[in-house]
Write a protein that binds this ligand. Structure first.
Ligand code: ADP
Ligand code: MP5
Ligand code: MG
Length: 559
């Protein structure tokens, strides 16, 4: 009742129809989370004057780092609250100071306890930071009582900042109450009118507006307009918890235009702290000097990337896990699909695809790969010279699933970008591609890198450049590669002898000569790579099985 009365005095009596909205979809944004931010902050340079009292550094001498102050609650599980804000700012390279309003005992199961910090001590923290530390932007999270809201508003009036981001935290993802209904009046009457942006989720928007229904994007737009009427310069109603929505759609309203910010919904349990992270990322970008809409777009993309990177992360036993703000876990979780980073024995029967052969036989890349791994291929390389990049990435993702289900590594020929895009196990590069050293820098320590080498010098360089294996050939003449010098068994032996890396032989190898290659008897030679003998045949499965039998037999023979 009290809520309804309060609302009626603050809202326009009639709901205006939603204005036309602009649809912005994350799908078309560059995935590099830093791409729109070219204002890399500078770190403070200390000036030392030995044997003298320190002199203050003038403003012009400062290399000032953007500074965000978060006024929020502590989450012992570190998924949300102050801890999420600190991690977000560290990831976005903005300095973050903290005023703690409450200490929660919290984990992935829920909130077990809340210990409120007395409001005069909140005031003292605010005074300490704001009076001294050149704060650019204030972001608020859990404000557990009306008196804390009031204390905050007083401090902000005394120490104005460039921007105020209000995340009106009320209920945790687990459904526990973090701020009771008593704070609603403080939000509506004092804090929201001071805010540059308010970022409620659907439940919070509904509560702020007196429990209006929030079931659709259209409801979110209506709510954004009504919340804007309460005084904040901008409103972002977040749709992470909107029921029956396959995309995560947030509605942004700047008082004139609506924007629907849409990103694919990441299928993960690790969404605890998304709201805190979004708000602190918006605040961090504002501190760097972004416009409001651009800060919101960057923040949404940051949350989406972080969720995607940590989708399989397992921390805690509860329903909502935390995610990784530093986007570091992906390699760990995915590389654990394979037992080793690279096992040289995987080079034993190395299948290399060819798009022209596939089209000749009317097969898709994925059909060809499936047949090869079923037949016993121990590693697969996608060598697709004639395919559009987009189709290549899509096909590679499907092939990766097939290969992973057989425990077989999948490499991409030449295309580091495609390997990164589909998170393949590695690449195979030639002498005219970028160096293995550069590929290693781009791909990181976990990925497999193979290099084509015809000479001992090239083999040595591949080792120096931190490659994992060498492909050496053409051993026999081949039609697969134009103008490819044949090095013969002798050339192969020379490369193998000089190589500190494991070697796979390639070029014109098939049923008739694979045994001869395997019988070379050089320890570094681990297997044969084959194109036509598998993929330019009617039945890939049978050919792979037969070839596997031939090279297994040859490998067992005494040298
Ligand atoms: N599963 C998800 N996939 C992608 N984005 C999500 C997902 N869940 C939430 N988001 C996004 O995270 C941000 C926080 O939203 P939300 O979860 O609704 O807030 P809160 O954490 O305050 O409840 C929004 O930009 C929302 O669209
Ligand atoms: C201290 C604190 N602040 C905010 C949230 C909200 O985060 P979420 O909605 O993801 O549970 C929380 N759970 N704990
Ligand atoms: Mg959330």
């Amino acid at each position: 009742m009290a809520t309804a009365q309060l609302l009626s005095s603050h809202l326009h009596p009639q709901i205006t129809p939603p204005l036309p909205s602009k649809l912005i979809t994350n799908r078309f944004w560059n995935c590099n989370t830093d791409s729109t931010n070219n204002q890399t902050p500078h770190f403070l340079k200390m000036q030392f004057q030995p044997n003298s009292t320190p002199t203050p550094i003038s403003e012009s001498q400062h290399n000032k780092i953007p500074h965000l102050l978060t006024v929020a609650g502590s989450d012992s599980g570190s998924g949300a609250g102050i801890q999420a804000d600190l991690k977000t700012c560290a990831a976005r390279r903005v300095y973050c100071s903290t005023v703690i309003t409450a200490v929660t005992a919290q984990n992935t199961l829920g909130v077990q306890g809340v210990h409120m910090v007395p409001e005069d001590f909140v005031a003292q923290q605010l005074n300490s930071v704001l009076s001294d530390m050149n704060v650019d932007v204030v972001k608020t999270g859990m404000l557990p009582s009306l008196s804390v809201v009031k204390v905050l508003c007083q401090s902000l009036r005394k120490f104005p900042v460039k921007a105020l981001v209000v995340d009106p935290v009320m209920v945790s993802t687990s459904g526990d109450i973090l701020a009771g209904p008593s704070v609603l009046a403080g939000f509506r009457e004092e804090l929201l009118p001071m805010a540059d942006i308010v970022t409620p989720n659907v439940k919070e928007a509904s509560a702020l507006l007196g429990d209006v229904p929030m079931k659709s994007v259209s409801d979110m737009r209506t709510a954004a307009k009504l919340l804007h009427d309460l005084g904040p310069r901008n409103v972002l109603v977040k749709g992470g918890d909107l029921p029956n929505s396959s995309d995560a759609i947030d509605v942004f309203f700047d008082g004139q235009e609506f924007y629907e910010l849409s990103s694919p919904r990441v299928n993960t349990r690790n969404t605890h702290g998304t709201g805190c992270t979004l708000a602190s990322c918006i605040a961090a970008e504002l501190a760097k000097g972004s416009s409001m809409l651009s800060a919101v777009k960057i923040a949404k993309r940051f949350v989406e990337s972080a969720l995607d990177y940590s989708r399989d992360l397992v921390i805690g036993n509860g329903a909502q896990g935390p995610f990784d703000h530093f986007l570091a876990f992906k390699n760990i979780s995915q590389s654990s699909c394979r037992q080793d980073r690279f096992n040289p024995n995987d080079l034993f029967l190395y299948a290399v695809t060819d798009s022209r052969m596939n089209s000749k036989w009317g097969r898709s890349i994925t059909e060809a790969v499936k047949a090869a791994v079923e037949g016993g291929a121990t590693i697969v390389q996608l060598r697709e010279k004639d395919v559009e990049t987009r189709d290549f990435v899509d096909a590679a993702k499907v092939c990766l699933e097939i290969c992973r289900s057989y425990g077989v590594p999948l490499l991409i020929n030449d295309r580091i970008d495609v390997a990164l895009a589909c998170d393949a196990d590695g690449v195979h590069i030639g002498q005219s591609d970028m160096s293995a050293r550069l590929a290693r820098t781009l791909l990181g320590p976990e990925k497999i890198i193979g290099v084509s080498c015809k000479t001992q010098e090239q083999a040595h360089q591949a080792w120096i450049d931190d490659a994992d294996y060498i492909g050496s050939g053409g051993v026999y003449p081949t039609n697969t590669k134009a103008n490819n010098r044949t090095i013969g068994l002798d050339g192969l032996r020379e490369v193998c002898k000089a190589s500190k890396l494991p070697v796979v032989a390639i070029g014109g190898i098939g049923m008739s000569n694979a045994g001869d290659v395997m019988k070379l008897g050089v320890p570094s030679l681990k297997g044969v790579a084959v194109v036509s003998a598998l993929f330019d045949r009617e039945c890939i499965l049978t050919e792979t099985r037969n070839l596997h039998a031939v090279i297994s037999e040859a490998a067992l023979l005494p040298q």
